[in-house]
Design a protein around this ligand. Structure first.
Ligand SMILES: Nc1ncnc2c1ncn2[C@@H]1O[C@H](COP(=O)(O)OP(=O)(O)O)[C@@H](O)[C@H]1O
Ligand SMILES: [Mg+2]
Length: 270
């Protein structure tokens, strides 16, 4: 099982949207998917539950940190849903190490049951994010194309508690940064120039789709995506032309991300 964490210390940048699209896509490709929602806001839980595609686990995600030996059903697509209890974990500092350990043990004990685990996180850099990154294989960081977000990339890399380099050096040497995924992308001059600025400053963190200049993984802002999330629909099954067009736009990015996760799996398996 390969574990992917979606994280960015900003809210509203499309983390949960990408997590949802990716989880459905991986499941549709026949992968056994474990989805974990560590954000008490439940924006990963809600569209997945509404879609009725995953089996919803009988335990909530907080239990994966607080309870030793937690297990989920052996199904092909399982969601461990969000809960308000997740909010209180940060306030128990004496338990933080056991929380991270329990979460790591849970993932290890589920490794044979699933091919991919997708973890959605809360924006505040707390023990939930640390526990997820401390045990993950990959980090993907959705980012909006504004100056503040571009400036925030430094924090993603160097934050003293949850920064990629910190986690990798101290807690999890195997963690790999898949890269930055521009989300809610709009064809405005403002966003275009920010896209160029992002590429200039952080080219090595972008996720190329092809050799074509500027062809990086990205998710456009589309009402069909908002609608799919709100109604728990699977984007590529929606009948509307707009939904089909949106799917055609984002499919290359999702397919590439799914391949990055699962090709590695194949390589390791050899
Ligand atoms: N690509 C997109 N196109 C249109 N709306 C989107 C897109 N991605 C996210 N949204 C909407 O934007 C809001 C914030 O997205 P969300 O994924 O919840 O962000 P985060 O998890 O980073 O807080 C939600 O209302 C969601 O439905
Ligand atoms: Mg979210």
């Amino acid at each position: 099982m390969k574990t992917l964490v979606l994280a960015n210390q900003k809210g509203g940048v499309g983390k949960s949207a990408v997590a949802t699209l990716l989880a459905h896509h991986l499941a549709q490709k026949g992968r056994r998917v474990l989805a974990i929602d560590l954000d008490h806001q439940g924006n990963f839980t809600q569209p997945l539950t509404l879609s009725k595609r995953p089996v919803v686990a009988s335990i909530t995600a907080d239990r994966l940190l607080t309870t030793a030996g937690a297990r989920v059903a052996a199904e092909r697509f399982v969601l461990v849903p969000s809960s308000d209890v997740l909010m209180g974990l940060e306030r128990q500092p004496a338990q933080h190490t056991p929380f991270a350990q329990a979460f790591r043990n849970f993932l290890a004990s589920s490794a044979q049951q699933f091919d991919v685990c997708v973890i959605d996180t809360n924006p505040n850099p707390d023990i939930r994010v640390i526990a997820a990154l401390a045990s993950a294989d990959y980090l993907l960081s959705p980012i909006q194309l504004n100056q503040e977000a571009i400036d925030g990339v430094r924090s993603l890399l160097h934050h003293q508690r949850v920064g990629y380099h910190k986690i990798k050096a101290v807690l999890n040497p195997k963690l790999t940064l898949l890269g930055l995924l521009p989300t809610l992308v709009e064809p405005t001059p403002f966003q275009r120039s920010n896209f160029i600025a992002l590429i200039e400053r952080h080219r090595s963190l972008m996720i190329p789709l092809s050799d074509k200049a500027g062809d990086y993984a990205r998710i456009p802002k589309r009402s069909a995506i908002t609608e799919a999330l709100a109604e728990g629909l699977v984007l590529w099954e929606m009948k509307k032309t707009a939904a089909r067009e949106t799917w055609a736009e984002i499919e290359p990015s999702l397919r590439h991300l799914a391949n990055l996760l699962t090709q590695q799996e194949a390589r390791h398996a050899v």
